[in-house]
Design a protein around this ligand. Structure first.
Ligand code: PMP
Length: 483
């Protein structure tokens, strides 16, 4: 059952407004309930802590609570026991279908509280997003975008459904691009997806089964998703060192249940670690020996700032062991919702068939846009510039950390991607730290989201905010830490 602590509530009533305070509080609770943020069963903070939090008289809170009770939204009990018992939406329905029962029984797990809160707070205008896995909107290639759209305006004659594997022109452009990076694929080895997140959904729906174990780095981006667990699969976190996953620590692998290994070898999310060449080779050998297929997530493969791109596992894969995932989200634009799966033809066909059942294809507009970006050479030109800018941001970020954090935390210096994994030297109450930071207008991604155990780390991203914003927020974090 969800419990809301007073510190988690960032909203405050507006004392200058002509709307009475109790009504503002009433509306605030209704909004949270009807948006599903406080589902039925959620326990609210006590009246005493609410009056302290909102800096209003206890009687104002009592009036708001009475009003909410009379609408049947919360239980009438006072004190810490007050809880949400219904939502306004179902009250207004002519027949009272118990939708809450439906909501509680759907097989997809809900995101954990902090992730839900981050997803909401990312759209609050004045918060600095210190952990966001996205490039800064100010780096968006506006002029190139205009050129691409102008050309497409005359080129694209219709926007019908596309063939199951996706737009042929895009698959051909991607095959050229990937072959230049050392893979050996043709357009029939590629399936276009609606982002790599969908690629993971397709794999779990079509290739895995209830009881399958997905081995992955600990920590991992995958841990932040409920996807595999919702489908009845186990996630098993395997420790890393600075060369990547320590695959020899895997429990004895049997492949009774279609187990699989998921890895982000290049610029891993969230640690920023890039797997060494030696580790890549020996991991592949280990997986071949144990018949353990690999999902290689190459989301950050193109974003290497120091030594060029390392070879992908897929480029060494002579045994069709590896399913490679790519995406346009981390370089160009997540809003395109375009990703790709590279695998053997039977796998691509099977996943393509499932995709047709799910959404009948990714957006054809987005597929044309990416094709034009690639074929015109604008994508490569843009990427070169992006890498230069992100390298500068990385360098400044590391300098800011050295200035403010070196006595209290450790971190890695990533050779690419977006992330720096910062670990505090001593124990820290990360949830409180998160809430404190939000109050100071800094939004964090706590390590717990990604790790398999309690974490004293933060995923910092230097990609979404400017060098100065990064430095200012690190300075604020230091102040909060010292309080
Ligand atoms: N894989 C990794 C490693 C990621 O970091 C992300 C985005 N955070 C994704 C996949 C999902 O990306 P997409 O927008 O393509 O669904």
């Amino acid at each position: 059952m969800k419990k809301i602590n007073a510190e988690q509530i960032l909203w405050r009533p507006n004392k200058k407004s002509s709307v009475p305070l109790y009504q503002q509080i009433f509306q605030f609770v209704c909004n949270n309930v009807s948006r599903g943020q406080w589902p039925v069963g959620t326990k609210l903070p006590s009246q005493r802590s609410l009056s302290k939090l909102f800096e209003v008289n206890r009687s104002t809170i009592t009036t708001a609570i009475e009003e909410l009770t009379s609408y049947g939204i919360i239980s009438g009990k006072s004190g810490a026991g007050t809880e949400v018992i219904s939502n306004t939406w179902s009250l207004f329905l002519p027949t009272t279908t118990d939708w809450n029962k439906f909501i509680a029984t759907g097989f997809f797990h809900e995101n954990n509280n902090i992730i839900q809160e981050i997803n909401r707070l990312e759209f609050e205008p004045d918060l600095i997003r210190l952990g966001t896995g996205e490039i800064d909107p100010s780096l968006f290639p506006q002029e190139m975008w205009q050129k691409v759209l102008n050309r497409l305006g005359t080129k694209v004659m219709s926007l019908g459904y596309l063939e199951p594997l996706g737009l042929l022109e895009l698959r051909e452009a991607l095959a050229d691009h990937l072959n230049a990076e050392g893979l050996n694929v043709d357009a029939d080895n590629i399936l276009i997806t609606s982002g790599s997140l969908q690629a993971l959904q397709l794999i779990s729906a079509a290739l895995l089964q209830r009881g399958s174990t997905v081995y992955t780095e600990a920590p991992s981006y995958l841990k932040s998703l409920q996807l595999f667990q919702s489908m009845g699969m186990e996630l098993s976190g395997i420790p890393m060192d600075n060369e990547g996953i320590q695959y020899w620590k895997l429990p004895r692998v049997t492949n009774k249940f279609n187990n699989i290994l998921y890895t982000i070898p290049t610029n891993q999310n969230p640690t920023g670690i890039t797997m060494s060449m030696e580790r890549r080779r020996s991991l592949l050998d280990f997986c071949i020996e144990n018949r353990l297929p690999i999902i290689e997530d190459g989301a950050y493969q193109e974003l290497c700032y120091d030594d060029g791109q390392p070879k992908t596992l897929k480029s060494w894969d002579k045994n069709d062991m590896v399913i490679y995932l790519g995406t346009a989200s981390k370089t160009l634009a997540p809003g395109l919702r375009i990703g790709w799966i590279v695998a053997s033809k039977p796998i691509v066909q099977r996943l393509g068939d499932v995709k047709m059942q799910m959404d009948y294809g990714a957006s054809s507009v987005s597929q044309w846009v990416l094709t034009e970006f690639m074929n015109s050479g604008l994508y490569d030109e843009y990427l070169e510039e992006l890498i230069r800018k992100l390298r500068n941001r990385r360098d400044r970020a590391v300098r800011s950390l050295s200035k403010y954090m070196s006595d209290i935390a450790t971190w890695n210096v990533p050779t690419g991607g977006f992330y720096i994994w910062l670990t505090f030297k001593s124990k820290i109450k990360i949830e409180q730290f998160f809430e404190q930071a939000v109050k100071e207008k800094v939004l964090l991604n706590p390590g717990d989201i990604y790790d398999f155990k309690h974490s004293r780390s933060l995923r910092l991203s230097f990609a979404y905010i400017t060098e100065d914003e990064f430095e200012r927020s690190i300075k604020k974090l230091r102040r909060i830490y010292d309080k």
